[in-house]
Design a protein around this ligand. Structure first.
Ligand SMILES: [Zn+2]
Length: 416
């Protein structure tokens, strides 16, 4: 029995895999400390390649702007619907020199990759067990694969090529957009929404086959800075105020059961992800996450209270807390337009898949786009174990995502 979800997906798979392999090899890792957008020049390499391909398909307005946003239009009958994926890959794993490997007809065993001693073990990666019989794509072991989000780009490009080749198939006006720097949280910031001209959009940036996500974390960042008083340790008695020790005490006082590794589902967390410091000055950065705005504010209060205790205990130290919003839960922007999620559900069902409605314990370009006025839920793209050298994707599931995009175009065709 075929592992494909439909004849359409099977028909799209070869073109999809050829594109995915090409895109994955382009070095598009973004950089948290990069200046400007895009944060790294390699993203332009992929952007220009995609513009050329879109023009070759006949999307004559395909272009890339100075911030590396690729846009193009496929005209049709109905409202302008955006299809969005991101060009960059995560800075959390090496992304240069990616060489994808296709493991045909996965037998359910352990997959050993040739480099880096990387092993994909279904005992530790349960989603691999659902992919027995699939063609699995991995990296060579010493880089990530980049299915996040080149699987999304390949799904959109393959669906657009299919619609171009079959003008009789129904479609609304489709607005394609590939964004830079999603992984560092600035992917949607500089997209000119008026020029883009979509009424609603979808990101193809999820994971497991069937996922449809209209809810993300509400996100903020907390930065705590402690200024101590540094004195030569030989003369420090009664004088030294050690910022590094004070910060360590502060972090240790944060609740141990409110971290990413101890929470799941709809529970939020405080994640201390960076600390640096000397006796003179120490700083920590934490991300605060929840699905509920009030609970998010509660996490910020916990950090503020911890800082206040340190300041009270050591009045000679200067303790500063800054909390900055990052992105909001997209649900409130999507609720007034139930047809956006409704048509995506219909397209996924038409592909023979039961939609999985899971909240995202993270953000997507759609979080910020929705808040900026372009309601944008997220659809699966068939990849797993993102941001790691164990990242893998199923050809059948990536093809299912491309088929869902074709069916989604059919759902919107002729709509008001
Ligand atoms: Zn992504």
């Amino acid at each position: 029995m075929s592992a494909y979800t439909s004849a359409l997906a099977e028909d799209l798979a070869p073109g999809l895999l050829e594109r995915f392999d090409r895109y994955a090899r382009v070095f598009t890792t973004s950089a948290r400390d990069g200046e400007g957008t895009p944060s790294t020049p390699g993203q332009f390499d992929l952007a220009r390649q995609l513009v050329d391909e879109l023009r070759a398909l006949g999307l004559d307005d395909a272009a890339v702007d100075e911030h590396c946003y690729v846009t193009a239009t496929l005209p049709g009958d109905g409202p302008a619907i955006g299809l969005i994926a991101h060009l960059d890959t995560s800075p959390d794993a090496p992304g240069e020199g990616v060489e994808p490997i296709v493991h045909r007809g996965y037998d359910g065993g352990v997959i050993e990759l040739p480099r880096g001693g990387t092993v994909l073990d279904p005992a530790r990666m349960p989603e691999l067990r659902d992919a027995v019989g699939h063609d699995i794509v991995t990296s060579s072991g010493d880089t990530l694969l980049g299915a996040d989000d080149k699987a999304g780009i390949a799904a959109i490009m393959t669906a657009v090529a299919h619609l171009v080749a079959r003008p009789e198939l129904p479609r609304p006006t489709l607005k394609v957009c590939f964004t830079p720097d999603e992984e560092i949280g600035s992917g949607a910031a500089l997209l000119d929404l008026d020029a883009f001209g979509a009424r609603f959009a979808y990101t193809i940036d999820g994971s497991t086959r069937g996922e449809l996500q209209d809810e993300t974390f509400t996100a903020a960042e907390a930065v705590v800075t402690i200024e101590g008083h540094d004195v030569h340790p030989g003369f420090a008695t009664g004088k030294l105020v050690n910022a590094a020790r004070l910060l360590a005490d502060l972090v240790a006082s944060l609740p141990a059961d409110r971290t990413p590794e101890t929470t799941s589902g709809r529970d939020g967390f405080i994640h201390v992800y960076e600390m640096e410091g000397t006796a003179a000055r120490a700083q920590m950065r934490a991300i605060l996450r929840d699905f509920d705005d009030d609970l998010l504010e509660g996490h910020a209060d916990v950090v503020r209270a911890a800082a206040a205790r340190i300041a009270q205990r050591e009045p000679r130290a200067r303790v500063d807390v800054t909390v900055r919003p990052q992105y909001p839960n997209m649900r409130r922007f999507l609720e007034p337009h139930p047809e956006i999620v409704g048509k995506a559900e219909a397209a996924i069902r038409a592909e023979g898949i039961e939609p999985l409605r899971t909240p995202i314990r993270g953000g997507t370009d759609g979080s910020l786009l929705s808040a900026r006025g372009l309601p944008t839920p997220n659809i699966f793209d068939g990849g797993h174990e993102y941001h790691s050298v164990r990242e893998w994707a199923s050809v059948q599931d990536m093809a299912a995502a491309a088929a869902v995009v074709v069916r989604l175009a059919g759902e919107w065709a002729g709509a008001e």
